[in-house]
Design a protein around this ligand. Structure first.
Ligand code: C2E
Ligand code: MG
Ligand code: MG
Ligand code: MG
Length: 283
């Protein structure tokens, strides 16, 4: 409504807003169709420790026939808003568990697999039974499944979230705090909850080799984590120098483009085929 047309309010819905709105609608509709038709693929990003692949993270990939590749950082928040995230995460979990079991059945080296869980699940009652069902139906060994949750889950109803985490732990799965340090501080949760791992957010890792404050902070996080017997993963390791410093500091596992980008199943198999294959020549 513009003043020229007799409205009292100034024009608020301009061209660029219209475009963004239309793009958003386009993604929403395509996302609904992708969920119905199962147009996703699961990729895997290796994590390394002492020069070997020690675990992996499952990451969703969506290639839409019209929109092309859409990044999870774009479509996951939309899926959360329009209520599709529960189905999407369940799909990822089922694939991750089936794949881990299949690799094991094929006699390949078994390493833990991490799956991302949206904070939205913690507002639902069915999360624990859903995980239980997925473990059951896939025949997955729970001790090889790690659930990555972000600190944002603790913002709403931390008491309820704590209960859910205890129930999840009783299923035998592992719990990891993703993007640690990025959001709502959870030092208190670390003390209170049966958490197995923290993943230090990439913002603290990037350029750590020439940022003394970052190095100090990460060293302190590692100190606390050691005391609490938590596994520590550094996210987004891109350079040799970052790697060297993190290894020297005693970080348990490293994840980042330096070793490997997220890759499809066929490429992941190569990391699992030889028991002690070194990743030294993979980058
Ligand atoms: P995340 O869980 O923190 O995953 C790590 C992200 O960092 C991935 O982005 C990965 O490709 C990227 N990354 C890894 N190494 C490096 C590096 O060295 N440098 C840089 N710049 N980036 C690196 P991706 O795959 O685009 O996923 C983005 C986010 O989308 C994930 O962040 C996660 O929060 C979410 N996501 C992905 N798959 C799922 C899923 O199945 N369910 C849910 N709920 N969220 C998912
Ligand atoms: Mg993650
Ligand atoms: Mg992360
Ligand atoms: Mg991160």
């Amino acid at each position: 409504i513009s003043k020229e047309k007799g409205g009292n309010v100034p024009q608020f819905f301009n061209e660029s807003m219209r475009n963004r709105f239309q793009e958003r609608l386009l993604i929403e509709n395509a996302l609904r169709e992708a969920v119905e038709k199962g147009c996703f693929e699961l990729f895997y990003q290796p994590k390394t420790g002492a020069g070997k692949v020690t675990s992996m993270e499952a990451l969703l990939r969506w290639q839409d026939p019209v929109l092309g590749f859409v990044s999870p950082s774009t479509f996951i928040p939309i899926a959360e808003e329009i209520g599709l995230i529960l189905q999407i995460d369940e799909w990822s979990l089922v694939q991750a568990c089936r794949q881990n079991k299949r690799w094991h059945d094929q006699g390949l080296k078994r390493i833990p697999i991490s799956a991302n869980l949206s904070a939205k699940h913690f507002q639902q009652d069915y999360l624990v039974s859903m995980i239980e069902k997925v473990l059951d139906e896939s025949g997955m060994a729970p001790e090889y499944l790690k659930l990555e949750i972000t600190e944002s889950v603790f913002i709403n109803n931390p008491k309820h979230v704590a209960e859910v985490i205890h129930k999840l732990k009783s299923l035998g799965v592992l719990i990891s705090i993703d993007d640690f340090g990025k959001g709502y501080s959870s030092l208190y949760q670390l003390l209170q909850l049966p958490i197995d791992e923290i993943k230090i957010d990439r913002q603290f890792i990037k350029d750590i080799d020439h940022n003394e404050k970052k190095a100090l902070l990460v060293a302190s996080i590692l100190d606390i984590a050691r005391g609490l017997q938590l596994n520590v993963v550094a996210e987004g390791v891109e350079t040799e120098k970052e790697k060297d410093l993190l290894v020297q500091m005693g970080c348990d596992e490293l994840q980042g483009y330096l070793f490997s980008r997220p890759i499809n199943e066929k490429h992941m198999v190569k990391f699992l085929s030889v028991e002690d294959k070194s990743v030294a020549n993979s980058f």
